[in-house]
Design a protein around this ligand. Sequence first.
Ligand code: HEC
Ligand code: HEC
Length: 300
Amino acid sequence: MRQLPVLTALGLMLALGLAGPARAADPVPADPASADPVVRGAYVFAAGGCAACHTAPGADAKPLAGGRALKTPFGTFYTPNITPDPDTGIGKWSEDDFRRAMRQGVSPQGDDYYPAFPYTSFTGITDRDLDDLWAYLRSVQPVHQANQPHELGWPFSWRSLLPGWRLLNFTEGPPLVAVGQSSEWYRGAYLVRVLGHCGECHTPRDLLGGLNWYSPFSGNPQAPDGDGKIPNITPDPKHGIGEWSDKDIAYYLETGGMPDGDFAGGAMVEVIKNDTSKLTDGDRQAIATYLKSLTPLPGR
Ligand code: HEC
Ligand code: HEC
C-alpha cells in the first residue's frame, strides 16, 4: 500500500476542483445504478468526459455552452453549445438527431463532423447509455450562446473532405474486442474504448489524424492539442505502466496520485477531474483490468 498523506490527497482534490464550487454547476448526482434516467445519464456524461470539451475553461463559463478552443495540428476547433437552447444549442434536436451525431458523426443537416468530436469512439455507445445521456442533456440549463466558427488551415477547412477521411478512419459500431473475457474486462473495454475515449489521446495518430490501431495505447509523441507528449499506457514495464498494480491505476484515476509520489499533469488533469474521479470504484477497477490485459508495446 502506498502511503499518500491524506492532506496531499485533499490538496489535490481542491486543486482539481473536486470539492467546492464545481458542484454548483453540476447539481445532478451521477449514479449508474439509479432508477432515474437523468441521474444515470449524468454518469454516462461523466464517463464520456463531455464537460472537458463542451464547457469552456474559467469559473464564469456556462456549463455545456461550448466555446472551448481545441488546438490541433489542423487548426483550432471551437466546441459547440450542447445545452437545450433552441436557437444556439441543440434544443430543436430529436433524439434521433442525437443518436446519429454520436454513432455516425453526422449532423441533423447531414454534414460530417470533424473527428475533433470523438464520435469515432462514442459510436460504440449502448442504446441504454445513449437514451440516458439524452435524458441528462435535456435536463441541463439552456444557455443562449452562439457557436464560434472553427479556425482551420486549408485544406482542413473543407468539411467536404471528411467523407474521404471517414472512409479510411471510421468504422461505425462497437469496437471489436476479444471473446471469453470476464464481465469486468468487458466493462473496462467499454469505458476505455468507447465512453472514456482514452485512445483518442493515448493511441498514436497518422499524418491525417487517424488513430493508428496497430499500436493501440502506446502513447502519442505529438499530443492532439499540440501540448507535449502523451504516455504509453500499455503494460510494457519499461515504456508503459507495467510496473503499476491495478490499485495504482485505480488510485491514479481517482486522485491523480502516481506510484512514485508525483501527480498527473497536462490534459490528464481534466480527464481525472471530469471523468475518472466521478466513476465508481468498480468502474475504475474495470479500467485497470482492461489496461493490464493490453499487449505491452514499446514506444513513447
Ligand atoms: C475532445 C473534445 C470533445 C469531447 C470529449 C466531446 N465532444 Fe462533442 N464535439 C466536439 C467538437 C470539436 C464538436 C464539433 C465538431 C464539428 O464541428 O464538426 C462536437 C460536437 C458535438 C455535438 C454536435 C453539436 C452540434 O451543434 O452540431 C454533440 C451533440 C456533442 N458534441 C455531444 C457530446 C457529448 C454528449 C459528449 C460526451 C459523451 C461529447 N460531445 C464529448 C468535441 C468534443
Ligand atoms: C485529452 C487527452 C487524454 C485523454 C482523453 C486521456 N488521457 Fe490519460 N494522459 C494524458 C496525458 C497528457 C497524460 C500525461 C499526464 C502527465 O503529464 O502527468 C496522461 C497520463 C495517463 C496515465 C499515467 C501514465 C504515466 O505513465 O504517467 C494513465 C494511467 C492514463 N493517462 C490513463 C487514461 C485513461 C484510462 C483514459 C480514459 C479514461 C485516459 N488516460 C484518457 C492525456 C489523456
